[in-house]
Write a protein that binds this ligand. Structure first.
Ligand code: HEC
Ligand code: HEC
Length: 158
């Protein structure tokens, strides 16, 4: 057998082995046990949490999540529904928290009179939350917990 024939024979062997192999044993938490070649039934859309209770921020520079529904709120170049409540001048009437000063800063940290264009499209950073279990678990630790561990006296460390 010359080299070329050997390579062809080997690749035929390989591909038939691949076909014969059992299907992948991967279970994706988002599609469940449905095999790759089949289509899963899409899960129902979870309701949006609308409790009006501010949630804790996971770290100080986290954009706070939105604690109310935003269905149908218009945000485009003509109108920004969020600012109808959250703009400084409207907060007395609406009792919504005003935007923080960072939203008025341009990228060189100059404070502008109006909301900076880079903070105009609120939902780039702020999102409402669904009443749903997380699809993927994680091992995130709060910095307060980490600091406590790091600064604990050596004898307390396990
Ligand atoms: C009808 C008035 C109103 C509109 C419109 C509105 N909000 Fe709010 N928002 C509030 C009020 C009032 C609160 C305080 C908590 C509560 O009552 O829900 C709040 C809370 C928030 C918070 C939480 C702040 C924090 O410190 O935790 C965020 C973020 C937020 N809104 C973003 C938005 C975004 C983005 C939009 C537009 C898509 C929007 N809001 C539209 C009234 C409004
Ligand atoms: C580029 C990301 C980004 C965009 C766009 C943005 N924000 Fe924020 N927002 C943040 C971050 C980060 C914080 C928390 C730190 C801070 O205050 O800057 C925040 C804080 C807030 C807070 C809480 C303020 C406080 O003092 O507790 C409100 C309310 C808010 N944003 C509303 C809005 C609204 C309404 C818009 C749209 C007009 C918007 N944000 C656009 C990132 C963003």
């Amino acid at each position: 057998m010359n080299l070329r024939a050997a390579i062809i024979a080997f690749s035929i062997l390989l591909s038939s082995a691949a076909w014969a192999a059992p299907p992948f044993e991967v279970e994706d938490p988002m599609r469940g046990p449905t095999p790759i070649a089949e289509e899963a039934d899409p899960p129902l859309i979870s309701p949006i949490e609308n409790k009006d209770i501010k949630r804790m921020r996971t770290y100080s520079m986290q954009p706070p999540t939105i604690p109310h529904k935003i269905d149908g709120y218009q945000i485009d170049k003509n109108y920004n529904r969020c600012l109808a409540c959250h703009a400084r001048v409207n907060t007395e009437e609406t009792q919504a928290p005003p935007l923080s000063v960072t939203h008025y800063m341009d990228r060189d940290s100059n404070v502008l009179a109006e909301v900076s264009p880079r903070r105009y499209f609120c939902v780039q950073c702020h999102v409402p939350q669904a009443e749903a279990k997380p699809l993927v678990s994680n091992t995130y630790q709060d910095i307060d917990g980490i600091l406590k561990r790091l600064t604990a006296p050596a004898t307390d460390k396990k």
